[in-house]
Design a protein around this ligand. Structure first.
Ligand code: HEC
Length: 199
């Protein structure tokens, strides 16, 4: 058993009067560096927000930015796609231009077999093609690398239900199956010669 230490009277007051040991205040973060970091952050956010994701769809799994957006929002505007991709040649009314671009309004190619229609737009057409009794001999571009399945489905459905046409809508699965079936094709369809006997 040890004896309690005998402190002089009033030692607690003396302890309380002590100040804590002084410490050196931390160096503040340099302001120019802070500004630089904030600037980089802002630039990064701005870059992400403004960057156009229009890389070639062939680099990835062939889904275009608008297909992904469509899958996210569940909506693709076939009318808008038509105006952007087709109306320059086939005209806003779908009536085409006599002697140059065939009509989509009332066209048997548009209202007929939806797989044949999908194949026409996927691969394009060249050579003599008879539309509503008139022979055209132009070049229809291929859209297989430009438009995804969901977009094409919306676009083809638009063609088949507008311009006075009243054929059934086309779904993305049919477009995907058609695309897979004709994946080996590299040239446009050779007009009536190939398309009239379309399987
Ligand atoms: C650069 C002009 C041009 C553009 C753009 C174009 N086409 Fe065509 N299209 C043609 C020509 C020319 C033909 C006829 C080809 C031939 O004579 O062999 C044709 C033929 C067609 C046909 C078959 C014939 C008919 O009139 O029904 C369809 C269907 C068609 N195009 C749909 C489309 C769709 C859908 C788009 C947009 C995704 C589009 N085209 C974009 C020029 C174009």
């Amino acid at each position: 058993m040890s004896e309690p230490i005998d402190h002089p009277p009033g030692h607690e007051d003396a302890q309380r009067r002590e100040n804590p040991d002084p410490t050196e205040s931390e160096r503040p973060f340099p302001l120019p560096l802070l500004a630089l970091v904030a600037g980089l952050l802002l630039w990064g956010v701005g870059y992400i927000l403004t960057e156009q994701r229009n890389d070639d769809a062939a680099w990835g799994d062939r889904r275009t930015a608008s297909t992904l957006e469509a899958q996210a929002t569940g909506a693709v505007d076939g009318a808008q796609l038509y105006a952007a991709q087709c109306a320059a040649c086939h005209q806003a009314s779908g009536a085409g231009l006599p002697g140059a671009f065939p009509p989509l309004a009332g066209s048997e190619w548009v209202t007929g077999d939806p797989r044949r229609l999908a194949d026409i737009v996927l691969h394009g057409v060249s050579g003599a093609l008879t539309v509503k009794g008139t022979v055209y001999n132009g070049q229809m571009p291929a859209f297989k690398d430009k438009l995804g399945d969901v977009e094409l489905a919306a676009l083809l459905s638009h063609l088949r239900t507008q311009f006075g046409n009243s054929a059934g809508a086309v779904d993305a699965r049919l477009v995907a199956e058609t695309r897979a079936a004709s994946a080996a094709r590299t040239a446009p369809w050779n007009g009536d010669d190939e398309l009239a006997g379309y399987k």
